[in-house]
Design a protein around this ligand. Structure first.
Ligand SMILES: C[S@@+](CC[C@H](N)C(=O)[O-])C[C@H]1O[C@@H](n2cnc3c(N)ncnc32)[C@H](O)[C@@H]1O
Length: 208
């Protein structure tokens, strides 16, 4: 596991231990906000219900249940750096049994789309420069895993300063949009218009 991720994995394992397989167990404030994030990220799939999907930082697999509920029936693979999350996902009654989970990054294979909800937020004590290198590497990885496109979200730096926490990473949306446009010039969308202090980036890399 990458050095910067060890404390992150412990942070989330602690949340899971404290709150179980709930939105708070993956450090979201509410099930509604968790679900809203999925809605924004899934725009990248353009409603292709047969698409194969990687869920990068899957937590306990809440997206798997959402996908099946929405009629997505293509292969789903969830990956999380915290093995406790993967164990919880596999043990969950509500999660469809044709969905697969792993904490081994080498087991992830290329899918049509890769989505990542909440993986760039908790920086803990890692310096901002180092965290941004990690974010870039991870975006490259999302791209390499995706035939047609990928999507991720980040906390926005356009939030009230007095509500910001020192251990979280607040990203400049314009800077990350520019970064993605330079690397993936075909099609990049920035969604900064929903009611959470964050934004979503959709990157299309395939022909459609
Ligand atoms: C905020 S939680 C969200 C979980 C899930 N995406 C959801 O919305 O229900 C972020 C999850 O990503 C995992 N994670 C963070 N960074 C990661 C990385 N670089 N690779 C894989 N998993 C990561 C954490 O262990 C945690 O379970």
């Amino acid at each position: 596991m990458h050095r910067v991720l060890e404390p992150v994995a412990r942070y989330y394992a602690d949340k899971l231990r404290a709150h179980g397989t709930t939105a708070r167990g993956v450090d979201w404030n509410s099930p509604d906000s968790q679900d809203q994030r999925f809605t924004e990220l899934l725009r990248v799939c353009r409603e292709d219900r047969a698409a194969s999907i990687n869920d990068y930082g899957c937590g306990y697999g809440a997206l798997a249940a959402r996908l099946r509920r929405d009629g997505y029936h293509g292969p789903y693979r969830g990956y999380d750096v915290a093995p406790e999350m993967v164990a919880a996902a596999e043990a969950q009654a509500g999660v469809p049994d044709d969905c697969r989970f792993t904490s081994n990054p080498r087991e992830l294979t290329v899918a049509d789309y890769t989505v990542a909800s909440g993986i760039f937020n908790v920086r803990l004590e890692v310096a901002v420069d180092e965290w941004e290198l990690h974010v870039r590497d991870t975006i490259d990885r999302l791209a390499a895993l995706s035939l047609r496109g990928f999507a991720f979200n980040m906390l926005t730096s356009h939030a009230d300063a007095d509500r910001m926490r020192d251990d979280l990473y607040y990203a400049d949306p314009a800077a990350w949009l520019t970064y993605c446009l330079r690397k993936f010039p075909r099609s990049v969308a920035l969604l900064h218009d929903y009611q959470l202090y964050e934004f979503t980036v959709l990157v299309r890399t395939g022909p459609d």
